[in-house]
Design a protein around this ligand. Structure first.
Ligand code: GLC
Length: 420
């Protein structure tokens, strides 16, 4: 074990609040959905039971309608805003009212297939199957109410790429009336130039207000939301997770679930092709309010490789775009096209690199026959941690660490992938 391996384990242990791991102390003091799933991969490298506990704890907060919330507020904390009272979901434990990228099924399959304690893994994966299936069904019904083969998100936070340029135009149409005065907490932990702007926050809170006033009843929320986008990233990850969940359903003899998943897979494979942007040779998100593709090419498109969802000619153009981006910066993958005038090497999802995204994309590169690209992403990820430490995200122009420090999913990606 290297010193960095030890430090990474120590970060997981230090951020463990008892069965769940917070992303980092202070800035994110609760359980986050896709963080926990990806962090389970890190736990599994030295404590498989703890890895399963992480996902169990997330799924314990699942809503009756199947949604798995994006934040679970297990214990109160004054260091984060907006907290449970602002969300007003009335759940026990309190949760937010929106979801996050569904990577759980992909992680569960991976944990099962690499387990050394196979009896535990079989029992855990089997018990999680119906819960994961209910979540995926919620996505394909409540978030695709018109059966278009694309799910919609009603808040940028659902995508996990909070302030990506993908949302700029759709966000500009969101009003801010009635949001009132509030005090952000994130700026007490991180420099303002590395975080979203005030006008973004006003709109984020307006969307929360809309959901709260609708009682978070999923029926109709997709259509009434002031913001609704078919995000390329979440749709690609959902398709990948549907494939993984279908494999689990077949393994555990649940023919009914497998059949439903197969039909969603076929529908999504077709739906996703509507997001093709021929000019840039990439896939883009679609603004459901206007019916137009968004005006930004971001890293979410590369998740189409992870989903194995692009026909060969489109896949090759997408890979060519990645080659261009990686030629433009020393550390990849930037979250926004380096040539985009909005590219900002330090601001959150408008330029910086994220290890979790690199990990997911690298997996897709291998499937696409580009192990060289997968290796570049791993080497870059490794180099950024070696140079700067376990930061939340990194500057693609110099590998400097940004955002929160001692960050759990960065440490987990080191243990499960980049450092190995
Ligand atoms: C930010 C990120 C999101 C992540 C969360 C906790 O909101 O954009 O992807 O899940 O922080 O780390």
């Amino acid at each position: 074990m290297t010193e960095l391996d030890q430090a990474a384990r120590q970060i997981l242990r230090g951020n463990d609040l008892g069965g769940y791991t917070v992303p980092t102390a202070g800035l994110y003091p609760f359980q986050w959905n896709w963080d926990s799933c990806l962090v389970a991969l890190g736990w599994a490298t030295f404590d498989e039971a703890r890895a399963w506990a992480e996902i169990d704890s997330l799924l314990s907060a699942q809503w009756d309608d199947g949604m798995v919330p994006h934040i679970v507020f297990h214990k109160p904390s004054p260091t984060y805003f907006p907290g449970p009272d602002v969300w007003g979901t009335g759940r026990t434990p309190p949760t937010s009212g929106i979801t996050q990228p569904p990577v759980a099924a992909t992680v569960v399959r991976r944990l099962l297939e690499t387990a050394t304690d196979t009896a535990l893994a079989e029992a855990k994966a089997r018990s999680m199957l119906p819960k994961l299936f209910a979540w995926h069904r919620w996505f394909h019904t409540q978030r695709d109410p018109h059966g278009e083969g694309l799910v919609g998100i009603i808040h940028p936070w659902e995508t996990g790429r909070d302030n990506a340029a993908d949302w700029d135009a759709a966000m500009a149409a969101v009003p801010t009336e009635g949001v009132g005065e509030y005090q952000r907490r994130d700026l007490q932990h991180v420099d303002a130039d590395q975080r979203p702007k005030k006008v973004d926050y006003d709109r984020y809170l307006y969307m929360v207000k809309h959901g709260r006033e609708a009682g978070w009843n999923p029926d109709g929320l997709h259509d009434s939301a002031p913001f609704c986008v078919a995000d390329i990233g979440i749709n690609a990850l959902l398709l990948r997770a549907d494939r993984d969940l279908a494999a689990l359903a077949r393994r555990f003899g649940d023919g009914g679930a497998a059949a439903s998943l197969e039909s969603w897979i076929v529908r999504s494979e077709a739906g996703l092709q509507r997001l093709w942007h021929d000019g840039d040779g990439t896939y883009r998100s679609l603004d459901r309010k206007t019916g137009a593709l968004v005006d930004a090419s971001g890293s979410g498109a590369f998740l189409m490789l992870t989903a194995d969802a692009a026909p060969a000619d489109r896949r090759d153009r997408l890979l060519a775009m990645m080659d261009r981006w990686l030629a433009a910066v020393p550390y990849g993958v930037p979250s926004l096209a380096p040539a985009d005038p909005r590219f900002d090497a330090k601001r959150y999802w408008r330029g910086p690199c994220w290890l979790v995204v690199n990990y997911l994309i690298a997996d897709g590169c291998i499937g696409a026959g580009r192990s060289d690209l997968a290796e570049r992403l791993r080497a870059d990820s490794r180099a950024m941690v070696e140079k700067s430490g376990f930061w939340e995200y990194f500057d693609p122009t110099d590998g400097a660490g940004l955002g929160g420090d001692n960050f759990t999913w960065t440490a987990a990606m080191w243990l499960a992938w980049a450092g190995q």
